[in-house]
Write a protein that binds this ligand. Sequence first.
Ligand code: TXE
Length: 491
Amino acid sequence: MLQIKNYINGELIAPVGNQYIDNYNPATGKIYSHIPDSDGKDVQLAYEAAAKAFQTWSLTTKEDRSKLLIRIADLIDKNHEKLSRAESTDNGKPIQLARVVDIPRAAANFRFYATGVLHLSSEAQIMEDTAINYTLHEPVGVAGCISPWNLPLYLFTWKIAPALAAGCTVVAKPSEITPMTAYLLSELCIEAGLPKGVLNIVHGYGHKVGAAITAHPNIPVISFTGGTKTGAEIARVAGPMFKKLSLELGGKNPNIVFADCDFEQMLKTTMHSSFSNQGEICLCGSRIFIERPLYEKFKKEFVAKAIELKAGDPANEKTRHGAIVSKQHKEKILSYIALAQQEGGKILCGGNEVKLSGECADGWFIEPTVIEGLPYNCRTNQEEIFGPVVTLTPFDTEEEVLGYANSTQYGLAGIIWTENLTRAHRMAQHLQSGIIWINCWLLRDLRTPFGGLKNSGVGREGGFEALRFFTEPKNVCIKLSPSPTLPKGRE
Ligand code: TXE
């Protein structure tokens, strides 16, 4: 049975307490590896290694840091198949999705920041002949990076790459539910020759390892992606310590379909925005609002496609709907399906756990589920379910659907389908979301600011936003003394 290790001070080592946690394969429901059950002692070791490494890493040139990050990206590419299989086994996502989305994006994250840091410039403000101001962007110090289970390596590297590129060193904690690709990444970092202590990965529970990172007095910056509840807990601890915080939290995203949309394109993309990664993406459009004249046609064709989307063994190339990440999360999703029925919803398809045969007989699978007839403000339509469950609601006017869309405590992403671009821009302006897709979904340019409003989080990742997050701007103002002999102003 594979027993993975922490990556501290450039070495793969056992947790101090030598305790381990069972790690499950969601497709079989069976334990397939063990991960360190680390605690504050392991975090302290990691912090000490990171603090020591910071003294040199923060003084390396951006070119040298860039070269190392490119080397890691190249090793991710070289190990694409091994990482894809590991991700699919650990998370339950179809192998095809891991191959096409998760692992290529992890390499892209490193490449993007390896090159982005070379272009991070500063401004200068000239006070005519009085003074010159210039801004330095200095790495903050040891960064704490805490990531979730839904896109494990994709989101883990989305934090680590800018932190390292900016000159910070890192104490990172992947989710205890999906630790495998972070462990494999640590092996690649050793192979790439990343200096010891620059990146440290401590595996274990959030309330032990995550909490120790958050509360550590000398880790001044925390980048977190996960649930809103956990984000609030991190803010409660880190706020009074005046730490820099980036919180990417939950979503309950509206997908607004107008009758004049490009129907075929909308239908194809809406299947992805509803059920990709088993609906376990914070950007999924789980509330679908359809303009009334199109409602019946949409319902008929969308439900027919959802019924065709069969849950299967994630290891099978043909599978497009995999396992739910954990037994606990499966129960949470099923409880929301039951709640939807109690709230008056009508299940148009799905709604059940799927029992597969053979290897996957004890796996955790749920059918793609489509529900109609719920009020826009019921719990099912207000709370994040984070599974293969969407609701359908008809609307008549822009004002009505904007009221529905903006009614939740979340504000992460919004999707709009219409060929009337004046209306698209108008809707985009009024939607309370940090990210808007018009006639597309999950089209990602890494330079764009990424994040949400309200309970979807604080701050933005992506582009120079992330590099600036991991640096402190310092303004330097130099007094100019006019020369006694030279004439004032220009020749
Ligand atoms: O997230 P958690 P979970 C949503 C989704 C899901 C819910 C909970 O609705 O059902 O969040 O998912 C670490 N101090 N999203 O349980 O608990 C934890 O170990 C410090 C949306 O996975 O937030 C893990 O590494 N760290 C999200 C990470 O936080 C703590 C993606 C996320 O775990 C901690 C995933 C603590 N007190 C879930 N407690 C998105 N926005 O994409 C836990 N952790």
